[in-house]
Design a protein around this ligand. Structure first.
Ligand SMILES: C[S@@+](CC[C@H](N)C(=O)[O-])C[C@H]1O[C@@H](n2cnc3c(N)ncnc32)[C@H](O)[C@@H]1O
Length: 269
């Protein structure tokens, strides 16, 4: 596998992208947004960035800014915009409510509309006819196990070697992202470097030399797997189970690597 290189000027490009994304309503924290930008910028040149779950455009603006800066693209933003997500349950109460107009306004205001290919649809619909290579797969839609697994299985076959897959809310009280990460990524022999940044679980697709990264998976799997039984039923946690969840989560390493640390993770000696 050819070495993964950090492109010139990435720190400044991330600063600029975060300035544009930070005031867009959403759930993405700054270090998560920066990390999305790092993956996007360091993925192979070939292929699309597929975003499942756009809401009002926070991550789409972040990724769109990087696409604009480095001249790659497009960012394919898939969302029915009907608040179909457990995090957004309170908004769903309003009949016909939609995040679509605000999403369009926000990507336009950030100057990234030409870099974002908008699909107002469910991911499973888009997956049915998808045939293009993917350089980065960003899963932030339906966080149930069924939803996250369908997104992973639907788009993963198109991820190019060296591309990245990332799932949001893997360290929150949802069954899907963490289970897919533990079972389908850490439990497979097709992935390379892997980890968490805040609540993002991520990995690089390295089907030919995954053995060089096995130690990383073996270290992460037991700590991450402890969360699975606690979130399996997608019910809000209370009392002792909440304490157990917080304790298990506190053992998961999840800080944002520096660009130097990250380059080292992706390029083992
Ligand atoms: C947590 S929000 C996404 C946040 C967004 N990435 C951001 O940076 O602000 C989840 C979104 O996923 C969308 N969603 C839920 N199920 C989906 C599915 N099957 N396909 C596509 N989008 C879905 C919801 O409509 C919602 O807008």
């Amino acid at each position: 596998m050819i070495p993964v290189l950090v492109p010139p000027g990435l720190e400044a490009a991330l600063d600029e992208a975060w300035q544009a994304a930070k005031d867009v309503p959403g759930f993405l924290l700054e270090n998560e947004a920066r990390f999305l930008g790092m993956m996007a910028a360091c993925s192979p040149r070939e292929g699309a960035i597929v975003e499942i779950g756009s809401f009002k455009g926070k991550s789409a603006v972040m990724l769109g800014k990087l696409a604009k800066h480095y001249g790659f693209g497009p960012v394919v933003a898939i969302d029915p915009h009907n608040f179909n997500n457990a995090e957004l349950a309170e908004h769903r109460a309003a009949p016909g409510a939609s995040s679509y107009d605000e999403f369009l306004e926000n990507i336009e205001a950030a100057g990234v509309s030409p870099y974002v290919e908008v699909h107002r649809a469910f991911s499973t619909e888009v997956a049915k006819s998808w045939s293009r290579p993917i350089r980065m797969l960003w899963i932030d839609g339906d966080h149930s196990y069924r939803g996250a697994k369908a997104d992973f299985d639907g788009f993963m076959p198109h991820l190019v070697p060296g591309g990245f897959v990332a799932l949001h809310d893997a360290l929150h009280e949802f069954s899907g992202p963490i289970r897919v990460f533990v079972e389908d990524i850490l439990g497979s022999n097709r992935f390379g470097a892997a980890g968490f940044v805040n609540s993002i679980a991520w990995s690089q697709y390295r089907p030919k030399d995954s053995f060089s990264f096995r130690h990383m998976h073996l270290a992460l799997e037991p700590v991450a797997a402890k969360l699975l039984p606690l979130v399996a039923d997608d019910k809000p946690l209370h009392g002792l189970r909440k304490v157990q969840f917080k304790l298990a989560r506190s053992r998961v390493p999840r800080s944002l690597p520096t660009l130097k640390e990250w380059t080292k993770m992706l390029n083992p000696e």
